[in-house]
Design a protein around this ligand. Structure first.
Ligand code: SME
Length: 166
């Protein structure tokens, strides 16, 4: 069994660094996209407090298609440019939204969501999709959270092959 150790006395920056090392260990030895995306979503949900959704959308023909996630059922397809996820795909820049109700065009998959952090997933210059986390707390995500989660996404990209096929 894989166990995750969290030191409650560590700073947020140190906690993210320590968790990133544990994430790399969790994903090591497996390069399958769906497997690693599922593990990654669960790892984030299990280790980052106050989340109600954690998961991937993958890019297909200017649309995002729902991938592995933890949380309530969600919208299946989002065109590039729509909502927080579509904006992230279009700009390939992280969107850190303090209050989703103040974001024009926000897509409310789960009515409990109040703030959101969406990061692009890019491998060798190509947009693979986005990784999205939602919180029921307004202003849940700080710059430190953003940097920590972006480092997690980098670990995921390094650990994974993006050549999935049946
Ligand atoms: N709120 C997102 C949609 C995805 S769900 O939060 C899972 C958006 O506005 O793009």
């Amino acid at each position: 069994m894989f166990t995750i150790d969290i030191d409650p006395t560590a700073s947020l920056e140190d906690s993210y660094q320590e968790l990133n090392a544990q994430l790399a260990a969790l994903l090591s030895g497996e390069r399958d996209l769906i497997c690693n995306a599922a593990q990654f979503s669960a790892f984030v949900m299990q280790t980052i407090p106050d989340l109600n959704w954690s998961g991937f959308y993958f890019a297909h023909n200017e649309e995002l298609v729902l991938g592995p996630y933890m949380g309530k059922v969600a919208c299946t397809r989002i065109p590039f440019g729509r909502g927080v996820c579509g904006e992230t795909a279009k700009t390939q820049h992280t969107q850190r939204i303090e209050d989703v109700h103040a974001f024009s065009g926000h897509i409310a998959c789960d009515a409990d969501s109040a703030s959101e952090l969406v990061m692009p997933v890019v491998s060798e210059g190509k947009l693979i999709g986005v990784f999205d986390i939602d919180s029921p707390k307004v202003g849940r995500f700080s710059e430190v959270d953003q940097e920590g989660l972006e480092a997690f996404v980098e670990t995921f990209v390094k650990a994974t092959d993006f050549t999935w096929s049946l």
